[in-house]
Ligand binder design. Sequence first.
Ligand SMILES: [Zn+2]
Length: 609
Amino acid sequence: MMRSIVLFAALAALSPSLAMSQTPPTTKAPWDDSFLPPAPSWQGASQALIRDRADPWVTAFEADPGHDFSPDYVETRQWFDRLDAASPLIRIEPFGVSPEGREIYAVIASKDGAKLDPGKPLLLAQAGIHPGEIDGKDAGMMLLRDIAFNGKAGLLDKVNLVLIPILSVDGHERSGAYSRPNQRGPRIQGWRNTATNQNLNRDFLKLDQPEMQALKALHARYRPDLYVDIHVTDGMDYQYDVTYGFNGEDGVWSRSPAIARWLDATFKPAMNKSLEAEGHIPGELVFGIDEHDPKAGLSDGGLGERYSNGWGAAAHIPTILIENHSLKPHAQRVLGTYVFLETALKLLADKGTSLRAAIDEDRALRPAQVLANFVADDRPTATRAFKGILYETYHSPASGRSEVRWLGKADPKPWALPFYGSHPTLTLKRPTAYYVPSYRKDLIDRLKLHGITVEPLASSQTLPVEMLRLTDPKLAGRANEGHVQITVTQVTTEARDWTFPAGSVRVPTDQPLGDLAILLLEPQSSESFFAWGMIPEVLSRVEYIEPYAIAPLAEKMMAADPKLKAAFEAKLAAEPKFAADPEARLAWFYRRTPFYDDRHLLYPIARGK
Ligand SMILES: [Zn+2]
Protein backbone atom coordinates (compact mmCIF):
# COMPACT_ATOMS: atom_id res chain seq x y z
CA MET A 1 0.00 0.00 0.00
CA MET A 2 2.65 2.42 0.98
CA ARG A 3 4.53 1.79 -2.24
CA SER A 4 1.58 2.68 -4.50
CA ILE A 5 0.93 5.87 -2.52
CA VAL A 6 4.57 6.82 -2.83
CA LEU A 7 4.59 5.97 -6.50
CA PHE A 8 1.58 8.17 -7.07
CA ALA A 9 3.15 11.01 -5.14
CA ALA A 10 6.35 10.68 -7.13
CA LEU A 11 4.54 10.64 -10.46
CA ALA A 12 2.39 13.55 -9.35
CA ALA A 13 5.54 15.49 -8.62
CA LEU A 14 6.76 14.75 -12.13
CA SER A 15 3.55 15.67 -13.85
CA PRO A 16 1.26 18.52 -12.76
CA SER A 17 -1.68 17.03 -14.66
CA LEU A 18 -1.42 13.78 -12.68
CA ALA A 19 -1.57 15.75 -9.45
CA MET A 20 -5.08 16.88 -10.43
CA SER A 21 -6.22 13.37 -11.30
CA GLN A 22 -8.62 11.59 -8.94
CA THR A 23 -7.32 8.05 -9.51
CA PRO A 24 -3.78 6.87 -9.03
CA PRO A 25 -2.05 5.42 -12.10
CA THR A 26 -2.28 1.68 -12.39
CA THR A 27 0.89 0.92 -14.30
CA LYS A 28 4.23 0.62 -12.56
CA ALA A 29 7.30 2.36 -13.83
CA PRO A 30 10.38 0.16 -14.44
CA TRP A 31 12.07 1.57 -11.35
CA ASP A 32 9.25 0.39 -9.11
CA ASP A 33 10.00 -3.23 -9.88
CA SER A 34 13.05 -4.80 -8.32
CA PHE A 35 16.16 -4.34 -10.43
CA LEU A 36 18.79 -5.08 -7.79
CA PRO A 37 20.62 -8.40 -7.65
CA PRO A 38 18.94 -10.92 -5.34
CA ALA A 39 20.08 -11.27 -1.74
CA PRO A 40 20.80 -14.74 -0.36
CA SER A 41 17.98 -15.82 1.93
CA TRP A 42 18.86 -15.17 5.54
CA GLN A 43 17.82 -16.35 8.95
CA GLY A 44 19.58 -15.45 12.16
CA ALA A 45 19.12 -15.71 15.89
CA SER A 46 18.96 -11.91 16.03
CA GLN A 47 15.50 -12.06 14.44
CA ALA A 48 14.24 -12.93 17.93
CA LEU A 49 15.02 -9.33 18.91
CA ILE A 50 12.05 -8.05 16.91
CA ARG A 51 9.10 -7.28 19.19
CA ASP A 52 5.54 -8.11 18.33
CA ARG A 53 3.17 -5.43 17.03
CA ALA A 54 1.14 -5.84 20.23
CA ASP A 55 4.07 -4.50 22.26
CA PRO A 56 3.29 -0.90 23.26
CA TRP A 57 6.95 -0.05 22.60
CA VAL A 58 7.14 -1.64 19.20
CA THR A 59 9.16 0.50 16.80
CA ALA A 60 7.89 1.54 13.40
CA PHE A 61 10.53 -0.69 11.81
CA GLU A 62 9.33 -3.69 13.81
CA ALA A 63 5.64 -2.95 13.26
CA ASP A 64 6.01 -2.86 9.50
CA PRO A 65 5.00 -6.25 8.08
CA GLY A 66 8.09 -6.43 5.86
CA HIS A 67 10.41 -4.68 8.34
CA ASP A 68 11.18 -2.38 5.46
CA PHE A 69 10.26 0.94 7.00
CA SER A 70 12.05 3.60 9.00
CA PRO A 71 10.09 6.43 10.66
CA ASP A 72 10.50 10.07 9.71
CA TYR A 73 12.04 12.78 11.89
CA VAL A 74 8.82 13.75 13.71
CA GLU A 75 7.66 10.19 14.36
CA THR A 76 11.12 9.20 15.57
CA ARG A 77 11.30 12.13 17.95
CA GLN A 78 7.81 11.50 19.31
CA TRP A 79 8.73 7.90 20.02
CA PHE A 80 11.93 8.94 21.83
CA ASP A 81 10.06 11.65 23.77
CA ARG A 82 7.69 8.96 25.02
CA LEU A 83 10.64 6.74 25.95
CA ASP A 84 12.33 9.64 27.75
CA ALA A 85 9.14 10.30 29.74
CA ALA A 86 8.67 6.64 30.62
CA SER A 87 12.20 5.60 31.59
CA PRO A 88 14.58 7.19 34.11
CA LEU A 89 17.47 5.67 32.13
CA ILE A 90 16.74 7.62 28.97
CA ARG A 91 17.18 11.32 28.36
CA ILE A 92 17.01 13.41 25.20
CA GLU A 93 19.66 16.06 24.76
CA PRO A 94 19.36 18.58 21.93
CA PHE A 95 22.80 19.65 20.72
CA GLY A 96 22.32 21.64 17.56
CA VAL A 97 20.02 23.12 14.96
CA SER A 98 20.14 22.26 11.27
CA PRO A 99 20.19 24.78 8.40
CA GLU A 100 16.45 24.20 7.91
CA GLY A 101 15.82 24.75 11.61
CA ARG A 102 15.38 21.21 12.88
CA GLU A 103 16.68 20.32 16.30
CA ILE A 104 19.51 17.80 16.27
CA TYR A 105 19.43 15.63 19.37
CA ALA A 106 21.14 12.78 21.09
CA VAL A 107 19.51 10.13 23.26
CA ILE A 108 21.51 9.48 26.42
CA ALA A 109 21.17 6.12 28.15
CA SER A 110 22.73 6.09 31.58
CA LYS A 111 22.28 5.13 35.23
CA ASP A 112 24.17 8.27 36.27
CA GLY A 113 21.34 10.79 36.04
CA ALA A 114 21.84 14.08 34.25
CA LYS A 115 25.61 14.17 34.73
CA LEU A 116 27.44 11.20 33.29
CA ASP A 117 30.18 9.61 35.37
CA PRO A 118 33.41 10.27 33.44
CA GLY A 119 34.85 7.18 35.11
CA LYS A 120 32.63 5.01 32.95
CA PRO A 121 33.50 4.35 29.31
CA LEU A 122 31.14 5.96 26.84
CA LEU A 123 29.92 4.70 23.49
CA LEU A 124 28.82 7.33 21.00
CA ALA A 125 26.78 5.68 18.24
CA GLN A 126 25.87 7.92 15.35
CA ALA A 127 23.28 7.19 12.68
CA GLY A 128 22.25 9.16 9.67
CA ILE A 129 25.32 11.21 8.79
CA HIS A 130 24.18 9.87 5.42
CA PRO A 131 20.45 9.75 6.12
CA GLY A 132 19.54 7.17 3.48
CA GLU A 133 21.82 4.80 5.40
CA ILE A 134 19.70 4.80 8.51
CA ASP A 135 20.07 1.30 10.01
CA GLY A 136 21.58 2.72 13.20
CA LYS A 137 18.46 4.70 14.02
CA ASP A 138 16.13 1.70 13.85
CA ALA A 139 18.62 -0.51 15.70
CA GLY A 140 19.20 2.18 18.33
CA MET A 141 15.47 2.57 18.98
CA MET A 142 15.13 -1.17 19.63
CA LEU A 143 18.22 -1.35 21.83
CA LEU A 144 17.26 1.67 23.95
CA ARG A 145 13.75 0.30 24.35
CA ASP A 146 15.17 -3.05 25.49
CA ILE A 147 17.49 -1.25 27.91
CA ALA A 148 14.52 0.67 29.31
CA PHE A 149 12.01 -2.15 29.61
CA ASN A 150 13.18 -5.55 28.48
CA GLY A 151 15.87 -6.68 30.87
CA LYS A 152 18.91 -5.05 29.30
CA ALA A 153 19.41 -2.22 31.80
CA GLY A 154 22.46 -4.11 33.10
CA LEU A 155 24.28 -2.98 29.95
CA LEU A 156 24.48 0.43 31.61
CA ASP A 157 26.04 -0.74 34.88
CA LYS A 158 29.56 0.11 33.77
CA VAL A 159 29.11 2.09 30.58
CA ASN A 160 27.15 5.00 29.13
CA LEU A 161 25.55 5.22 25.71
CA VAL A 162 24.93 8.31 23.63
CA LEU A 163 22.95 7.64 20.46
CA ILE A 164 22.51 10.19 17.70
CA PRO A 165 19.50 8.72 15.88
CA ILE A 166 19.72 11.17 12.95
CA LEU A 167 22.68 13.50 12.48
CA SER A 168 21.81 14.93 9.07
CA VAL A 169 18.23 15.77 9.98
CA ASP A 170 17.45 17.89 6.91
CA GLY A 171 18.76 15.24 4.53
CA HIS A 172 16.68 12.69 6.45
CA GLU A 173 13.53 14.63 5.59
CA ARG A 174 14.40 14.99 1.91
CA SER A 175 12.99 11.51 1.67
CA GLY A 176 11.41 9.31 -0.93
CA ALA A 177 11.51 5.97 -2.65
CA TYR A 178 14.27 7.04 -5.02
CA SER A 179 17.14 8.15 -2.79
CA ARG A 180 19.39 5.09 -2.73
CA PRO A 181 19.21 3.10 -5.97
CA ASN A 182 21.82 0.54 -4.84
CA GLN A 183 20.24 -0.17 -1.46
CA ARG A 184 17.61 -2.71 -0.47
CA GLY A 185 15.31 -0.76 1.84
CA PRO A 186 13.90 0.86 3.79
CA ARG A 187 11.39 1.76 1.14
CA ILE A 188 11.44 5.44 2.08
CA GLN A 189 14.96 6.79 2.47
CA GLY A 190 16.60 10.12 3.21
CA TRP A 191 19.02 11.97 0.97
CA ARG A 192 22.81 11.73 1.15
CA ASN A 193 23.60 15.44 1.44
CA THR A 194 22.38 18.16 3.76
CA ALA A 195 19.97 20.99 2.92
CA THR A 196 23.04 22.98 1.83
CA ASN A 197 24.10 20.08 -0.41
CA GLN A 198 27.07 19.14 1.73
CA ASN A 199 28.36 15.68 2.54
CA LEU A 200 28.89 15.70 6.31
CA ASN A 201 31.30 12.79 6.07
CA ARG A 202 33.75 15.08 4.29
CA ASP A 203 33.49 17.84 6.90
CA PHE A 204 35.36 16.33 9.83
CA LEU A 205 38.36 18.63 9.42
CA LYS A 206 37.10 21.82 7.81
CA LEU A 207 34.00 21.99 10.06
CA ASP A 208 31.83 24.05 7.72
CA GLN A 209 28.40 22.80 8.56
CA PRO A 210 26.19 23.47 11.61
CA GLU A 211 25.55 19.74 11.98
CA MET A 212 29.28 19.00 12.12
CA GLN A 213 30.01 21.93 14.43
CA ALA A 214 27.29 20.66 16.77
CA LEU A 215 28.74 17.15 16.61
CA LYS A 216 32.21 18.44 17.53
CA ALA A 217 30.79 20.26 20.54
CA LEU A 218 29.01 17.07 21.61
CA HIS A 219 32.28 15.15 21.26
CA ALA A 220 34.02 17.73 23.44
CA ARG A 221 31.30 17.41 26.07
CA TYR A 222 31.25 13.62 26.31
CA ARG A 223 34.70 12.54 25.08
CA PRO A 224 33.58 9.12 23.84
CA ASP A 225 35.83 6.14 24.37
CA LEU A 226 34.40 4.57 21.26
CA TYR A 227 32.73 6.38 18.39
CA VAL A 228 30.73 4.34 15.89
CA ASP A 229 29.63 5.98 12.64
CA ILE A 230 26.96 3.84 11.00
CA HIS A 231 26.55 3.70 7.21
CA VAL A 232 25.34 1.44 4.40
CA THR A 233 27.62 0.60 1.47
CA ASP A 234 27.34 1.06 -2.23
CA GLY A 235 29.53 -0.99 -4.51
CA MET A 236 30.20 -4.67 -4.99
CA ASP A 237 28.19 -7.61 -3.78
CA TYR A 238 29.58 -10.05 -1.22
CA GLN A 239 28.36 -12.38 1.51
CA TYR A 240 29.10 -10.09 4.47
CA ASP A 241 26.17 -8.17 5.91
CA VAL A 242 27.97 -6.09 8.56
CA THR A 243 31.32 -4.71 7.46
CA TYR A 244 33.29 -2.36 9.62
CA GLY A 245 36.75 -0.95 9.88
CA PHE A 246 39.10 1.60 11.38
CA ASN A 247 42.34 3.28 10.40
CA GLY A 248 45.24 1.02 11.25
CA GLU A 249 43.30 -2.22 10.85
CA ASP A 250 45.38 -5.39 10.36
CA GLY A 251 48.60 -3.73 11.44
CA VAL A 252 48.42 -1.05 8.75
CA TRP A 253 50.05 2.24 9.78
CA SER A 254 47.83 4.62 11.78
CA ARG A 255 48.09 7.92 13.63
CA SER A 256 46.72 5.97 16.62
CA PRO A 257 48.64 2.69 16.64
CA ALA A 258 47.80 1.61 20.19
CA ILE A 259 44.09 2.16 19.59
CA ALA A 260 44.31 0.23 16.31
CA ARG A 261 46.05 -2.64 18.12
CA TRP A 262 43.28 -2.71 20.74
CA LEU A 263 40.59 -2.72 18.08
CA ASP A 264 42.40 -5.47 16.16
CA ALA A 265 43.26 -7.71 19.07
CA THR A 266 40.55 -7.10 21.66
CA PHE A 267 37.51 -5.66 19.94
CA LYS A 268 37.37 -7.34 16.55
CA PRO A 269 37.59 -11.03 17.54
CA ALA A 270 34.92 -10.63 20.23
CA MET A 271 32.68 -8.55 17.97
CA ASN A 272 32.92 -10.99 15.09
CA LYS A 273 32.19 -13.93 17.37
CA SER A 274 29.11 -12.20 18.70
CA LEU A 275 27.83 -11.22 15.25
CA GLU A 276 28.37 -14.74 13.94
CA ALA A 277 26.58 -16.25 16.95
CA GLU A 278 23.55 -14.17 16.02
CA GLY A 279 23.64 -15.31 12.40
CA HIS A 280 25.45 -12.38 10.81
CA ILE A 281 28.47 -12.42 8.54
CA PRO A 282 30.94 -9.75 9.67
CA GLY A 283 33.57 -8.55 7.25
CA GLU A 284 36.30 -5.96 6.98
CA LEU A 285 35.66 -2.54 5.54
CA VAL A 286 36.93 -2.88 1.97
CA PHE A 287 35.99 -1.54 -1.42
CA GLY A 288 36.26 -3.27 -4.79
CA ILE A 289 38.77 -1.52 -7.06
CA ASP A 290 37.11 -2.45 -10.37
CA GLU A 291 33.35 -2.70 -10.66
CA HIS A 292 33.70 -4.64 -13.89
CA ASP A 293 36.10 -7.18 -12.41
CA PRO A 294 35.04 -8.18 -8.88
CA LYS A 295 38.19 -10.26 -8.41
CA ALA A 296 40.59 -7.48 -9.42
CA GLY A 297 41.18 -6.56 -5.80
CA LEU A 298 40.16 -4.61 -2.73
CA SER A 299 41.18 -1.23 -1.40
CA ASP A 300 41.02 0.40 2.02
CA GLY A 301 38.90 3.17 0.49
CA GLY A 302 41.15 6.01 1.66
CA LEU A 303 42.22 7.15 5.09
CA GLY A 304 41.74 10.90 4.81
CA GLU A 305 40.93 12.96 7.88
CA ARG A 306 37.85 14.46 6.26
CA TYR A 307 36.14 11.15 7.02
CA SER A 308 35.05 10.11 10.50
CA ASN A 309 37.55 7.26 10.74
CA GLY A 310 40.44 9.38 9.47
CA TRP A 311 39.64 12.20 11.88
CA GLY A 312 39.20 9.71 14.74
CA ALA A 313 42.68 8.29 14.16
CA ALA A 314 44.20 11.80 14.03
CA ALA A 315 42.32 12.90 17.15
CA HIS A 316 43.10 9.62 19.01
CA ILE A 317 39.42 8.77 19.41
CA PRO A 318 38.72 5.11 18.70
CA THR A 319 36.44 5.34 15.68
CA ILE A 320 34.74 2.57 13.81
CA LEU A 321 33.03 3.04 10.48
CA ILE A 322 30.24 0.52 9.98
CA GLU A 323 29.19 -0.11 6.41
CA ASN A 324 26.29 -2.51 6.36
CA HIS A 325 25.92 -4.16 2.99
CA SER A 326 23.46 -2.32 0.77
CA LEU A 327 22.13 -5.41 -1.02
CA LYS A 328 21.11 -7.13 2.23
CA PRO A 329 17.55 -6.40 3.33
CA HIS A 330 17.00 -3.51 5.74
CA ALA A 331 15.85 -5.88 8.49
CA GLN A 332 19.02 -7.97 8.34
CA ARG A 333 21.16 -4.85 8.47
CA VAL A 334 19.23 -3.32 11.39
CA LEU A 335 19.52 -6.50 13.41
CA GLY A 336 23.24 -6.74 12.68
CA THR A 337 23.63 -3.16 13.88
CA TYR A 338 21.70 -3.93 17.08
CA VAL A 339 24.03 -6.85 17.82
CA PHE A 340 27.03 -4.66 17.05
CA LEU A 341 25.95 -1.90 19.43
CA GLU A 342 24.98 -4.25 22.24
CA THR A 343 28.27 -6.13 21.92
CA ALA A 344 30.22 -2.86 21.83
CA LEU A 345 28.60 -1.83 25.12
CA LYS A 346 29.57 -5.15 26.71
CA LEU A 347 33.13 -4.90 25.40
CA LEU A 348 33.49 -1.36 26.73
CA ALA A 349 32.20 -2.49 30.10
CA ASP A 350 34.65 -5.42 30.23
CA LYS A 351 37.70 -3.96 28.50
CA GLY A 352 37.26 -0.22 28.78
CA THR A 353 40.29 0.12 31.05
CA SER A 354 42.68 -1.30 28.48
CA LEU A 355 41.10 0.85 25.77
CA ARG A 356 41.65 3.96 27.87
CA ALA A 357 45.30 2.98 28.31
CA ALA A 358 45.64 2.72 24.52
CA ILE A 359 44.00 6.13 24.07
CA ASP A 360 46.41 7.66 26.60
CA GLU A 361 49.37 6.05 24.84
CA ASP A 362 48.35 7.54 21.49
CA ARG A 363 47.54 10.95 22.96
CA ALA A 364 51.12 11.09 24.26
CA LEU A 365 52.61 10.61 20.78
CA ARG A 366 54.55 13.56 19.34
CA PRO A 367 56.04 12.25 16.08
CA ALA A 368 58.86 14.42 14.72
CA GLN A 369 57.46 13.80 11.25
CA VAL A 370 53.79 13.78 10.35
CA LEU A 371 52.84 11.76 7.30
CA ALA A 372 50.12 13.21 5.11
CA ASN A 373 48.37 13.17 1.72
CA PHE A 374 47.74 9.45 1.55
CA VAL A 375 46.95 8.03 -1.87
CA ALA A 376 46.05 4.55 -3.03
CA ASP A 377 48.90 2.11 -3.58
CA ASP A 378 49.69 1.08 -7.16
CA ARG A 379 50.51 -2.43 -6.10
CA PRO A 380 48.80 -4.79 -3.67
CA THR A 381 50.43 -5.12 -0.28
CA ALA A 382 48.59 -8.21 0.91
CA THR A 383 46.10 -10.87 -0.04
CA ARG A 384 42.76 -11.04 1.72
CA ALA A 385 40.48 -14.04 2.01
CA PHE A 386 37.06 -12.95 0.82
CA LYS A 387 33.57 -14.43 0.92
CA GLY A 388 32.37 -13.73 -2.59
CA ILE A 389 29.03 -13.92 -4.35
CA LEU A 390 28.76 -15.78 -7.66
CA TYR A 391 28.47 -13.61 -10.73
CA GLU A 392 28.54 -13.71 -14.49
CA THR A 393 29.10 -11.08 -17.13
CA TYR A 394 26.89 -10.26 -20.07
CA HIS A 395 26.75 -7.77 -22.89
CA SER A 396 24.40 -4.92 -22.04
CA PRO A 397 22.62 -3.25 -24.94
CA ALA A 398 22.18 -0.23 -22.65
CA SER A 399 25.86 0.35 -21.87
CA GLY A 400 27.22 -1.33 -24.97
CA ARG A 401 29.81 -3.18 -22.92
CA SER A 402 30.15 -6.16 -20.63
CA GLU A 403 28.43 -5.72 -17.25
CA VAL A 404 28.50 -7.80 -14.07
CA ARG A 405 25.37 -9.70 -13.11
CA TRP A 406 25.44 -10.78 -9.46
CA LEU A 407 23.62 -14.07 -8.94
CA GLY A 408 22.73 -13.77 -5.24
CA LYS A 409 24.38 -17.08 -4.30
CA ALA A 410 27.37 -17.45 -2.04
CA ASP A 411 30.47 -18.77 -3.79
CA PRO A 412 31.38 -21.83 -1.71
CA LYS A 413 35.03 -21.30 -2.66
CA PRO A 414 36.72 -18.47 -0.75
CA TRP A 415 38.31 -15.82 -2.92
CA ALA A 416 41.89 -14.65 -2.40
CA LEU A 417 41.93 -11.01 -3.42
CA PRO A 418 44.85 -8.60 -3.71
CA PHE A 419 44.58 -5.79 -1.18
CA TYR A 420 45.66 -2.26 -2.05
CA GLY A 421 46.45 0.02 0.87
CA SER A 422 47.44 3.68 0.96
CA HIS A 423 50.76 5.44 1.31
CA PRO A 424 51.74 8.99 2.27
CA THR A 425 53.06 11.38 -0.37
CA LEU A 426 54.02 14.17 2.01
CA THR A 427 56.17 14.24 5.14
CA LEU A 428 55.77 17.28 7.36
CA LYS A 429 58.21 18.26 10.08
CA ARG A 430 56.72 19.03 13.45
CA PRO A 431 57.37 22.68 14.32
CA THR A 432 57.08 23.74 17.94
CA ALA A 433 54.06 25.91 17.18
CA TYR A 434 52.11 27.91 14.62
CA TYR A 435 50.89 31.49 14.77
CA VAL A 436 47.49 32.31 13.31
CA PRO A 437 46.78 36.04 12.86
CA SER A 438 43.83 37.50 14.73
CA TYR A 439 42.04 38.54 11.54
CA ARG A 440 41.47 34.87 10.72
CA LYS A 441 39.24 34.44 13.74
CA ASP A 442 37.12 32.06 11.67
CA LEU A 443 40.05 29.65 11.46
CA ILE A 444 40.96 30.17 15.11
CA ASP A 445 37.37 29.30 16.04
CA ARG A 446 37.57 26.10 14.02
CA LEU A 447 40.80 25.11 15.78
CA LYS A 448 39.07 25.65 19.12
CA LEU A 449 36.04 23.64 17.99
CA HIS A 450 38.44 20.80 17.24
CA GLY A 451 39.54 20.96 20.86
CA ILE A 452 43.01 22.17 19.89
CA THR A 453 44.58 24.29 22.62
CA VAL A 454 45.47 27.78 21.40
CA GLU A 455 47.29 30.50 23.32
CA PRO A 456 45.99 34.00 22.51
CA LEU A 457 48.45 36.88 22.36
CA ALA A 458 47.24 39.55 24.80
CA SER A 459 49.04 42.31 22.90
CA SER A 460 50.57 42.82 19.49
CA GLN A 461 53.92 41.02 19.27
CA THR A 462 56.73 40.94 16.75
CA LEU A 463 58.15 37.43 16.70
CA PRO A 464 60.91 35.63 14.84
CA VAL A 465 59.03 33.06 12.74
CA GLU A 466 59.36 30.91 9.68
CA MET A 467 56.98 31.88 6.89
CA LEU A 468 56.11 29.94 3.79
CA ARG A 469 56.11 31.29 0.25
CA LEU A 470 53.84 29.22 -1.96
CA THR A 471 55.59 28.37 -5.21
CA ASP A 472 52.99 26.64 -7.34
CA PRO A 473 49.45 27.09 -6.01
CA LYS A 474 46.83 25.66 -8.34
CA LEU A 475 43.08 26.11 -8.14
CA ALA A 476 40.91 23.09 -8.81
CA GLY A 477 38.83 23.18 -11.95
CA ARG A 478 35.60 22.45 -10.12
CA ALA A 479 33.86 23.07 -6.82
CA ASN A 480 33.91 20.39 -4.13
CA GLU A 481 31.85 20.53 -0.94
CA GLY A 482 31.21 24.23 -1.42
CA HIS A 483 34.90 25.03 -1.90
CA VAL A 484 37.31 25.45 -4.75
CA GLN A 485 40.27 23.49 -3.51
CA ILE A 486 43.85 24.71 -3.94
CA THR A 487 46.90 22.51 -4.09
CA VAL A 488 50.45 23.61 -3.50
CA THR A 489 53.27 21.11 -3.84
CA GLN A 490 56.26 23.38 -3.31
CA VAL A 491 56.98 26.03 -0.71
CA THR A 492 60.08 27.96 0.25
CA THR A 493 60.72 29.12 3.79
CA GLU A 494 61.64 32.64 4.85
CA ALA A 495 62.88 33.62 8.30
CA ARG A 496 61.02 36.80 9.19
CA ASP A 497 60.25 39.01 12.15
CA TRP A 498 56.50 39.25 11.86
CA THR A 499 54.01 41.28 13.82
CA PHE A 500 50.93 39.45 15.04
CA PRO A 501 48.11 41.67 16.33
CA ALA A 502 46.54 41.16 19.73
CA GLY A 503 44.12 38.24 19.58
CA SER A 504 46.38 36.22 17.28
CA VAL A 505 47.03 32.75 18.66
CA ARG A 506 50.02 30.51 19.19
CA VAL A 507 49.12 26.90 18.46
CA PRO A 508 51.59 24.62 20.22
CA THR A 509 52.10 21.22 18.61
CA ASP A 510 53.10 19.67 21.94
CA GLN A 511 49.53 18.64 22.69
CA PRO A 512 47.46 15.51 22.05
CA LEU A 513 45.87 17.12 19.00
CA GLY A 514 49.18 18.46 17.70
CA ASP A 515 49.11 16.23 14.61
CA LEU A 516 45.66 17.54 13.80
CA ALA A 517 46.92 21.14 14.06
CA ILE A 518 49.74 20.32 11.65
CA LEU A 519 47.36 18.72 9.14
CA LEU A 520 45.06 21.76 9.33
CA LEU A 521 47.71 24.48 9.19
CA GLU A 522 50.38 23.24 6.77
CA PRO A 523 49.26 24.45 3.33
CA GLN A 524 50.63 21.41 1.51
CA SER A 525 48.46 19.07 3.59
CA SER A 526 45.52 17.97 1.46
CA GLU A 527 43.28 18.25 4.55
CA SER A 528 44.37 21.79 5.48
CA PHE A 529 42.26 24.92 5.59
CA PHE A 530 44.39 26.19 2.70
CA ALA A 531 43.79 23.07 0.62
CA TRP A 532 40.04 23.53 1.06
CA GLY A 533 40.45 26.96 -0.50
CA MET A 534 39.81 28.80 2.74
CA ILE A 535 42.81 31.15 2.44
CA PRO A 536 42.55 32.17 -1.22
CA GLU A 537 43.38 35.82 -0.57
CA VAL A 538 47.06 34.93 -0.53
CA LEU A 539 46.87 34.28 -4.28
CA SER A 540 46.02 37.91 -5.16
CA ARG A 541 48.78 40.40 -5.93
CA VAL A 542 48.12 44.08 -5.34
CA GLU A 543 49.61 47.19 -7.04
CA TYR A 544 51.41 47.29 -10.38
CA ILE A 545 53.87 49.51 -12.14
CA GLU A 546 53.26 51.30 -15.44
CA PRO A 547 55.48 50.38 -18.42
CA TYR A 548 56.61 53.99 -18.69
CA ALA A 549 57.90 53.70 -15.12
CA ILE A 550 59.34 50.19 -14.97
CA ALA A 551 61.07 50.30 -18.39
CA PRO A 552 63.47 53.17 -17.49
CA LEU A 553 63.85 51.77 -13.96
CA ALA A 554 64.81 48.35 -15.41
CA GLU A 555 67.35 50.00 -17.67
CA LYS A 556 68.89 51.73 -14.63
CA MET A 557 68.89 48.45 -12.67
CA MET A 558 70.85 46.72 -15.45
CA ALA A 559 73.32 49.58 -15.64
CA ALA A 560 73.87 49.46 -11.88
CA ASP A 561 74.14 45.68 -11.60
CA PRO A 562 76.11 43.76 -14.26
CA LYS A 563 75.18 40.45 -12.64
CA LEU A 564 71.49 41.25 -12.98
CA LYS A 565 72.03 42.26 -16.59
CA ALA A 566 73.82 38.97 -17.30
CA ALA A 567 71.05 36.97 -15.66
CA PHE A 568 68.44 38.80 -17.73
CA GLU A 569 70.31 38.23 -20.96
CA ALA A 570 70.81 34.56 -20.16
CA LYS A 571 67.08 34.19 -19.63
CA LEU A 572 66.39 35.96 -22.94
CA ALA A 573 68.69 33.54 -24.71
CA ALA A 574 67.31 30.46 -23.01
CA GLU A 575 63.60 31.27 -23.24
CA PRO A 576 62.44 32.62 -26.61
CA LYS A 577 58.85 32.83 -25.35
CA PHE A 578 59.97 35.05 -22.50
CA ALA A 579 62.13 37.12 -24.82
CA ALA A 580 59.11 37.74 -27.06
CA ASP A 581 56.86 38.85 -24.19
CA PRO A 582 57.40 42.52 -23.22
CA GLU A 583 55.09 42.28 -20.20
CA ALA A 584 56.92 39.24 -18.85
CA ARG A 585 60.26 40.97 -19.35
CA LEU A 586 59.14 44.03 -17.42
CA ALA A 587 57.52 41.88 -14.72
CA TRP A 588 60.86 40.12 -14.23
CA PHE A 589 62.36 43.44 -13.20
CA TYR A 590 59.34 44.56 -11.18
CA ARG A 591 59.63 41.46 -9.01
CA ARG A 592 63.21 42.52 -8.22
CA THR A 593 62.19 45.95 -6.93
CA PRO A 594 61.04 46.75 -3.40
CA PHE A 595 57.73 47.95 -4.91
CA TYR A 596 56.63 44.40 -5.57
CA ASP A 597 53.83 43.04 -3.27
CA ASP A 598 55.84 41.25 -0.61
CA ARG A 599 52.80 39.39 0.72
CA HIS A 600 51.86 37.82 -2.59
CA LEU A 601 51.87 34.03 -2.05
CA LEU A 602 53.16 34.54 1.48
CA TYR A 603 51.13 32.17 3.63
CA PRO A 604 49.76 34.17 6.59
CA ILE A 605 50.05 31.37 9.15
CA ALA A 606 53.62 31.14 10.43
CA ARG A 607 55.66 28.40 12.00
CA GLY A 608 57.06 29.25 15.41
CA LYS A 609 60.76 29.02 16.02
ZN1 LIG B 1 27.65 6.60 4.02
